[in-house]
Design a protein around this ligand. Structure first.
Ligand code: GLP
Length: 233
Protein backbone atom coordinates (compact mmCIF):
# COMPACT_ATOMS: atom_id res chain seq x y z
CA UNK A 1 0.00 0.00 0.00
CA UNK A 2 1.10 3.51 -0.71
CA UNK A 3 0.70 5.92 2.23
CA UNK A 4 0.61 9.68 1.64
CA UNK A 5 0.59 12.05 4.60
CA UNK A 6 -0.50 15.69 4.35
CA UNK A 7 -0.43 18.47 6.90
CA UNK A 8 -4.18 19.12 6.87
CA UNK A 9 -7.36 17.38 5.70
CA UNK A 10 -7.71 20.17 3.11
CA UNK A 11 -4.34 19.37 1.54
CA UNK A 12 -5.10 15.66 1.67
CA UNK A 13 -8.46 16.24 -0.01
CA UNK A 14 -6.79 18.31 -2.71
CA UNK A 15 -4.48 15.37 -3.52
CA UNK A 16 -7.40 12.92 -3.48
CA UNK A 17 -9.37 15.17 -5.82
CA UNK A 18 -6.47 15.46 -8.28
CA UNK A 19 -6.18 11.69 -8.32
CA UNK A 20 -9.89 11.14 -8.92
CA UNK A 21 -9.90 13.68 -11.77
CA UNK A 22 -6.85 11.97 -13.27
CA UNK A 23 -8.75 8.66 -13.23
CA UNK A 24 -11.76 10.38 -14.86
CA UNK A 25 -9.42 11.64 -17.59
CA UNK A 26 -7.98 8.15 -18.02
CA UNK A 27 -11.46 6.80 -18.79
CA UNK A 28 -12.71 5.43 -15.47
CA UNK A 29 -16.13 3.84 -15.96
CA UNK A 30 -17.26 3.00 -12.42
CA UNK A 31 -16.43 4.73 -9.16
CA UNK A 32 -17.22 3.35 -5.72
CA UNK A 33 -18.29 5.98 -3.19
CA UNK A 34 -18.29 6.19 0.60
CA UNK A 35 -20.31 8.30 3.00
CA UNK A 36 -19.43 9.79 6.38
CA UNK A 37 -17.89 13.19 7.02
CA UNK A 38 -14.42 12.38 5.65
CA UNK A 39 -15.15 12.59 1.88
CA UNK A 40 -17.51 15.60 2.13
CA UNK A 41 -14.92 18.12 0.93
CA UNK A 42 -13.90 15.81 -1.89
CA UNK A 43 -17.52 15.66 -3.06
CA UNK A 44 -17.80 19.44 -2.78
CA UNK A 45 -14.83 19.82 -5.10
CA UNK A 46 -16.21 17.24 -7.50
CA UNK A 47 -19.60 18.91 -7.76
CA UNK A 48 -17.89 22.27 -8.31
CA UNK A 49 -15.77 20.80 -11.08
CA UNK A 50 -18.71 20.77 -13.51
CA UNK A 51 -17.30 17.61 -15.05
CA UNK A 52 -19.29 15.69 -17.61
CA UNK A 53 -19.72 12.31 -15.91
CA UNK A 54 -22.47 11.01 -18.17
CA UNK A 55 -20.39 7.91 -18.96
CA UNK A 56 -19.63 7.10 -15.30
CA UNK A 57 -21.59 4.75 -13.05
CA UNK A 58 -21.41 5.04 -9.26
CA UNK A 59 -21.88 2.37 -6.61
CA UNK A 60 -22.03 3.07 -2.90
CA UNK A 61 -20.62 0.97 -0.10
CA UNK A 62 -23.55 0.80 2.25
CA UNK A 63 -26.95 1.91 3.53
CA UNK A 64 -28.75 1.67 6.88
CA UNK A 65 -31.50 -0.92 7.11
CA UNK A 66 -34.90 0.62 7.76
CA UNK A 67 -34.27 4.15 6.51
CA UNK A 68 -36.27 5.30 3.49
CA UNK A 69 -34.13 6.78 0.68
CA UNK A 70 -35.59 10.22 1.42
CA UNK A 71 -34.84 10.00 5.15
CA UNK A 72 -32.26 12.76 5.84
CA UNK A 73 -30.17 10.25 7.81
CA UNK A 74 -30.02 7.71 4.99
CA UNK A 75 -26.98 7.36 2.78
CA UNK A 76 -29.24 7.60 -0.29
CA UNK A 77 -30.28 11.06 0.87
CA UNK A 78 -26.69 12.04 1.74
CA UNK A 79 -25.42 11.08 -1.72
CA UNK A 80 -28.23 12.95 -3.46
CA UNK A 81 -27.59 16.06 -1.41
CA UNK A 82 -23.81 16.15 -1.71
CA UNK A 83 -23.25 14.82 -5.21
CA UNK A 84 -25.89 13.17 -7.31
CA UNK A 85 -28.23 16.11 -7.76
CA UNK A 86 -25.35 18.20 -9.10
CA UNK A 87 -23.70 15.72 -11.46
CA UNK A 88 -24.94 13.85 -14.53
CA UNK A 89 -23.73 10.33 -13.71
CA UNK A 90 -24.90 7.59 -16.10
CA UNK A 91 -26.39 5.75 -13.15
CA UNK A 92 -26.06 5.85 -9.37
CA UNK A 93 -26.47 2.81 -7.13
CA UNK A 94 -26.93 2.86 -3.37
CA UNK A 95 -28.34 -0.20 -1.59
CA UNK A 96 -32.02 0.05 -0.69
CA UNK A 97 -32.29 -0.24 3.09
CA UNK A 98 -36.05 -0.70 3.00
CA UNK A 99 -36.17 -3.47 0.40
CA UNK A 100 -38.85 -6.01 1.32
CA UNK A 101 -36.38 -8.85 0.92
CA UNK A 102 -32.98 -7.70 2.16
CA UNK A 103 -31.18 -10.86 1.01
CA UNK A 104 -32.48 -10.33 -2.51
CA UNK A 105 -31.36 -6.70 -2.32
CA UNK A 106 -27.84 -7.86 -1.44
CA UNK A 107 -27.86 -10.24 -4.42
CA UNK A 108 -29.16 -7.46 -6.66
CA UNK A 109 -26.29 -5.26 -5.52
CA UNK A 110 -23.68 -7.95 -6.17
CA UNK A 111 -25.15 -8.30 -9.66
CA UNK A 112 -24.67 -4.54 -10.18
CA UNK A 113 -21.04 -4.92 -9.07
CA UNK A 114 -20.56 -7.79 -11.53
CA UNK A 115 -21.95 -5.68 -14.37
CA UNK A 116 -20.00 -2.60 -13.29
CA UNK A 117 -16.62 -3.66 -11.94
CA UNK A 118 -15.32 -0.84 -9.78
CA UNK A 119 -12.26 0.97 -11.15
CA UNK A 120 -11.68 3.12 -8.10
CA UNK A 121 -13.26 2.68 -4.68
CA UNK A 122 -13.20 5.63 -2.28
CA UNK A 123 -13.13 4.46 1.33
CA UNK A 124 -13.34 5.95 4.78
CA UNK A 125 -12.88 4.03 7.99
CA UNK A 126 -14.53 3.69 11.34
CA UNK A 127 -12.49 4.31 14.50
CA UNK A 128 -12.56 0.50 15.00
CA UNK A 129 -11.07 -0.09 11.55
CA UNK A 130 -14.34 -0.93 9.79
CA UNK A 131 -14.67 -0.35 6.05
CA UNK A 132 -18.15 0.13 4.64
CA UNK A 133 -20.01 -1.45 7.55
CA UNK A 134 -17.73 -4.47 7.74
CA UNK A 135 -17.12 -4.57 11.45
CA UNK A 136 -14.21 -6.37 13.17
CA UNK A 137 -14.65 -10.12 12.79
CA UNK A 138 -16.19 -9.94 9.29
CA UNK A 139 -14.82 -12.59 6.93
CA UNK A 140 -12.47 -11.37 4.22
CA UNK A 141 -14.55 -13.55 1.85
CA UNK A 142 -17.75 -11.61 2.53
CA UNK A 143 -19.79 -10.16 -0.32
CA UNK A 144 -22.70 -7.70 -0.02
CA UNK A 145 -24.63 -8.64 3.12
CA UNK A 146 -26.72 -7.39 6.02
CA UNK A 147 -24.40 -6.44 8.89
CA UNK A 148 -25.11 -5.85 12.57
CA UNK A 149 -23.55 -2.58 13.72
CA UNK A 150 -21.38 -2.74 16.82
CA UNK A 151 -22.24 -0.53 19.81
CA UNK A 152 -19.05 1.50 19.14
CA UNK A 153 -20.11 2.21 15.55
CA UNK A 154 -23.60 3.20 16.63
CA UNK A 155 -21.98 5.46 19.22
CA UNK A 156 -19.60 7.01 16.62
CA UNK A 157 -22.46 7.61 14.17
CA UNK A 158 -25.02 8.92 16.66
CA UNK A 159 -23.80 12.48 16.00
CA UNK A 160 -25.85 12.37 12.80
CA UNK A 161 -29.06 11.37 14.62
CA UNK A 162 -31.20 13.06 17.24
CA UNK A 163 -30.98 10.21 19.73
CA UNK A 164 -28.76 7.15 19.96
CA UNK A 165 -31.87 4.90 19.80
CA UNK A 166 -32.50 6.34 16.32
CA UNK A 167 -29.24 4.90 14.96
CA UNK A 168 -30.18 1.77 13.00
CA UNK A 169 -28.83 -1.53 14.29
CA UNK A 170 -28.25 -3.02 10.86
CA UNK A 171 -26.98 -2.00 7.47
CA UNK A 172 -26.51 -3.43 4.01
CA UNK A 173 -22.85 -3.27 3.13
CA UNK A 174 -20.62 -4.35 0.32
CA UNK A 175 -18.48 -7.16 1.73
CA UNK A 176 -14.74 -7.12 2.15
CA UNK A 177 -14.28 -9.34 -0.88
CA UNK A 178 -16.55 -7.04 -2.94
CA UNK A 179 -14.41 -4.06 -1.87
CA UNK A 180 -11.15 -5.90 -2.60
CA UNK A 181 -12.38 -6.64 -6.17
CA UNK A 182 -12.04 -2.95 -7.01
CA UNK A 183 -9.06 -2.33 -9.31
CA UNK A 184 -7.86 0.48 -7.06
CA UNK A 185 -8.86 1.69 -3.62
CA UNK A 186 -8.34 5.10 -2.09
CA UNK A 187 -8.71 5.28 1.67
CA UNK A 188 -9.13 8.69 3.30
CA UNK A 189 -8.65 9.06 7.06
CA UNK A 190 -8.38 12.33 8.93
CA UNK A 191 -8.11 13.28 12.59
CA UNK A 192 -6.68 11.85 15.77
CA UNK A 193 -9.72 9.64 16.40
CA UNK A 194 -8.62 7.49 13.45
CA UNK A 195 -4.92 7.27 14.42
CA UNK A 196 -5.10 3.88 16.15
CA UNK A 197 -7.17 2.33 13.35
CA UNK A 198 -4.72 3.78 10.82
CA UNK A 199 -1.82 2.18 12.68
CA UNK A 200 -3.54 -1.24 12.61
CA UNK A 201 -4.41 -0.83 8.95
CA UNK A 202 -0.87 0.09 7.89
CA UNK A 203 1.44 -1.57 10.41
CA UNK A 204 -0.61 -4.23 12.13
CA UNK A 205 -1.04 -7.85 11.12
CA UNK A 206 -3.62 -8.52 8.41
CA UNK A 207 -6.49 -9.68 10.56
CA UNK A 208 -10.29 -9.63 10.66
CA UNK A 209 -9.93 -7.80 13.99
CA UNK A 210 -8.99 -4.72 11.94
CA UNK A 211 -10.97 -4.98 8.68
CA UNK A 212 -9.01 -2.16 6.99
CA UNK A 213 -5.77 -4.16 7.41
CA UNK A 214 -6.96 -6.27 4.47
CA UNK A 215 -5.92 -3.35 2.25
CA UNK A 216 -2.30 -4.45 2.82
CA UNK A 217 -3.21 -7.32 0.46
CA UNK A 218 -4.64 -5.04 -2.24
CA UNK A 219 -2.33 -4.56 -5.24
CA UNK A 220 -3.38 -0.96 -5.72
CA UNK A 221 -4.23 0.72 -2.43
CA UNK A 222 -3.49 4.32 -1.70
CA UNK A 223 -3.94 5.67 1.82
CA UNK A 224 -4.37 9.43 2.14
CA UNK A 225 -3.94 10.79 5.65
CA UNK A 226 -3.57 14.06 7.47
CA UNK A 227 -0.86 14.37 10.12
CA UNK A 228 -3.28 13.72 12.98
CA UNK A 229 -4.50 10.41 11.54
CA UNK A 230 -0.89 9.43 10.84
CA UNK A 231 0.10 10.31 14.43
CA UNK A 232 0.70 6.72 15.53
CA UNK A 233 2.69 5.53 12.49
C1 GLP B 1 -19.70 4.99 8.52
C2 GLP B 1 -19.66 4.43 7.11
C3 GLP B 1 -18.24 4.22 6.63
C4 GLP B 1 -17.43 5.47 6.92
C5 GLP B 1 -17.40 5.72 8.40
C6 GLP B 1 -16.51 6.88 8.81
O1 GLP B 1 -19.57 4.01 9.48
N1 GLP B 1 -20.35 3.20 6.98
O2 GLP B 1 -18.24 3.90 5.26
O3 GLP B 1 -16.14 5.30 6.40
O4 GLP B 1 -18.73 5.98 8.78
O5 GLP B 1 -17.21 8.07 8.95
P1 GLP B 1 -16.54 9.49 9.10
O6 GLP B 1 -15.91 9.78 7.79
O7 GLP B 1 -17.67 10.41 9.41
O8 GLP B 1 -15.55 9.37 10.19
Amino acid sequence: MKVLIFKTPEEATEAAYDMVIKRFDEGLKTIGLATGSTPLKLYEKLRQSNRDVSHITTVNLDEYVGLEPDDPQSYNYYMNEVLFKYMNFASTNVPNGVAEDLEKECERFEEILRRHPVDLQILGMGPNGHIGFNEPGTSFDSVTHVAELTPSTREANKRFFEKEEDVPKKAITMGISSIMDSKEVMMLAFGEAKAEAVRCMVEGPVTVDCPASVLQNHPNAIIILDEAAAGKL
